[in-house]
Design a protein around this ligand. Structure first.
Ligand SMILES: Nc1ncnc2c1ncn2[C@@H]1O[C@H](COP(=O)(O)OP(=O)(O)O)[C@@H](O)[C@H]1O
Ligand SMILES: [Mg+2]
Length: 336
């Protein structure tokens, strides 16, 4: 069979939603590449196929779980199942943070061994730190490394519905989580986790916070539950006690920012006079997400102006533009 034939069949099996044939033909194609001694390509494809078929296996494995819970008033889903394939190397954080995350992953893998010593792996982890420091990203990485889908819980969705429904919604989410083993992220969890003594808080919300904490306490599943917040100062001490570990994401220091620039600019050719140290020193207080945005802006400027190299000016301009933008935003928000 020619390459074209194989690819045609691949398309057809996709069209027929015939997964088994799809995988079989993909395998044949990989063999075909191997016979042509394209070992690197074949390895690469094998790896990609492996992750595809794993996703399929896991969706098979999870097929029998409950239907996605929905808000009964408005009918929208209360959570989302997400699949990721990200490497832990793409997360640039302080060593302690990486060690903590790796420990969570390792304990999960060795949960059976730990159990024989009557020890339990860490399951409830609080991720806190400024926006754009990698909290959501970390949950995606834990899910990738363990090859378990991420259950992404949108807290605003749960809360913004009729207040009376909120507790019911939470219960539905927990029932769903307990039906299987997942990596769960309660993202932007501070919507609910604000200090319970705050007099501005509605009484209903206070009840929901208590409710959430109780559900977290009583949670018996094997899943790893991650909760992320940007406002750790506003959290009640009672919440902190509920977690097995607290991971704190700092804004990146000079060295870390340098690494971020290098990683995010890796894909483009650069002028020889590029001075990353200069960019690094200009970006004190930037989050990793800010740096990502700046590098993307700089690369796009270089690309659309048909230069095939990134110049120092592209970077400096992108940084300056970002700083101006932040100033406007801060003014609009009353200098908060
Ligand atoms: N520590 C980091 N290392 C590498 N990239 C990061 C890091 N933090 C954020 N990013 C990039 O910025 C994006 C947004 O970050 P995110 O994880 O959503 O921040 P947070 O949830 O802390 O507000 C990520 O998807 C990733 O591409
Ligand atoms: Mg986030």
């Amino acid at each position: 069979m020619t390459t074209t034939d194989l690819i045609k069949q691949l398309f057809m099996s996709f069209n027929d939603k015939d997964n088994d044939t799809f995988i079989q033909i993909a395998r044949e194609y990989i063999e075909h590449e191997k016979r042509k001694k394209h070992t690197v390509v074949a390895k690469d494809l094998e790896k990609a196929l492996f992750s595809v078929s794993n996703v399929q296996n896991s969706s098979r494995r999870f097929k029998n779980s409950l239907p996605i819970p929905r808000d009964s008033e408005k009918g929208f889903p209360l959570l989302e199942i997400q699949h990721f394939d990200k490497s832990i190397d793409s997360l640039i954080v302080a060593d302690e943070v990486k060690i903590q995350l790796e420990q969570v992953i390792r304990e999960f893998k060795d949960a059976d061994i730990l159990a024989t010593y009557n020890l339990q792996n860490k399951r409830k982890i609080l991720l806190c730190g400024k926006p754009g420091t990698g909290k959501t990203f970390s949950a995606q990485i834990v899910s990738s490394v363990l090859n378990i889908p991420l259950v992404y819980v949108r807290f605003d969705a749960i809360i913004s519905s009729y207040l009376g429904e909120t507790a019911t919604n939470l219960r539905k989410v927990f029932d769903y989580i307990e039906s299987n083993t997942w990596i769960v992220l309660f993202d932007e969890f501070d919507v609910i986790g604000k200090n319970r003594d705050d007099s501005h808080e509605h009484g209903e919300i206070k009840r929901v916070v208590n409710n959430f904490l109780q559900m977290l306490d009583n949670f018996k599943g094997d899943s790893i539950i991650l909760a992320a917040t940007n406002h750790q100062n506003m959290l009640d001490p009672a919440i902190w006690r509920r977690f097995d570990d607290i991971v704190y994401y700092e804004l990146p220091d000079e060295n870390t920012r340098k690494k971020l620039f290098e990683i995010y600019l890796k894909t483009i050719k650069k002028d020889t006079d590029i001075d990353i140290a200069k960019a690094t020193s200009m970006t004190d207080g930037f989050s990793p997400a800010d740096i990502k945005m700046v590098t993307e802006e700089a690369m796009k400027t270089a690309i659309i102006s048909s230069r095939n190299h990134l110049g120092q000016n592209d970077i400096i301009r992108a940084i300056e533009k970002f700083i101006r933008r932040e100033k406007v935003r801060n003014n609009l928000m009353g200098n908060k």
